[in-house]
Design a protein around this ligand. Structure first.
Ligand code: 13P
Length: 251
């Protein structure tokens, strides 16, 4: 059985006090203990939040990024080794906001994935097409290329450790969620590509999350899709009630 996972990507939101308050509300909530719940706060909160969460009731923590070099003169950057040294287990890699605003390309992302895995961090690897790709019917090709360039150099053993998040760029922060048909179609396509490269066992056990305006109202429908194993949630993860409603949306 594939893991069911909901990740809350806080992006650049929440002061330290606000973040700790949100974590307290999440830990105190009535949530499904069988679902893996991953909180991804800004770097500066990671250590304290990890200390507070301590894998309580299926909660884990993720960093939102790591650098592609293991260490050195990269002012302002944070390495995979530093992240893991705070007790964090997961790292988001390849979010479209970093691909678009910070120019992160596939070569860089593949290096980040390698370093994350070498440090025993689970990469939550994001991919997804732009609106233009979707409108010109290039969405499958685009996602296939991102998979190939970012991940398909990995050994089967390494590939089987990661989580994939399909986040269509046109759905992020826009309120335009993918339909269940669009989400299921893409998740099924990604799983089929993994099957071609790594075989049935790995493709069937890889968790593929949906992200892009996933909220307390639409999560149930999205999570009912056979190839959707949970969500990578932005805006709706900033309120404990909404995030927990999403966590409790698996049928
Ligand atoms: P929203 O849920 O705010 O659309 O953001 C999705 C996302 O980018 C999560 O990583």
């Amino acid at each position: 059985m594939r893991k069911k996972i909901v990740v809350g990507n806080w992006k650049m939101n929440k002061t330290f006090a606000e973040g700790l308050q949100l974590v307290e509300e999440l830990l105190a909530s009535q949530h499904d203990a069988a679902i893996t719940k991953i909180i991804a706060p800004p770097f500066i909160h990671l250590s304290a939040i990890t200390e507070r969460v301590k894998s309580e009731n299926g909660f884990e923590v993720a960093a939102q990024n790591c650098h592609q070099a293991s260490k050195g003169a990269f002012t302002g950057e944070v390495s995979a080794e530093m992240i893991v040294s705070t007790g964090v287990k997961n790292v988001i890699i390849g979010h479209s906001e970093r691909r678009i605003y910070l120019g992160e390309d596939s070569t860089m992302l593949a290096q980040k994935v390698n370093l994350a895995l070498a440090n025993n961090l689970t990469p939550i690897f994001c991919l997804g097409e732009s609106l233009e790709d979707r409108n010109t019917n290039l969405h499958l090709e685009k996602v296939k290329q991102q998979l190939k360039e970012g991940l398909f150099h990995l050994s089967s053993t390494d590939f089987s450790k990661l989580i994939i998040a399909y986040e269509p760029v046109w759905a992020i922060g826009t309120g335009f969620t993918a339909t269940t048909h669009q989400a299921q179609g893409m998740h099924n396509f990604i799983r089929a590509e993994i099957n071609k490269k790594y075989g049935k066992q790995i493709s069937e056990s890889t968790a593929i999350l949906y992200g892009g305006s996933c909220n307390a109202e639409n999560a149930k429908d999205l999570f009912s899709c056979i190839d959707v194993d949970g969500g990578l949630v932005g805006g709706a993860s900033l309120k404990a009630n909404d995030f927990i409603t999403i966590v409790n949306s698996f049928s």
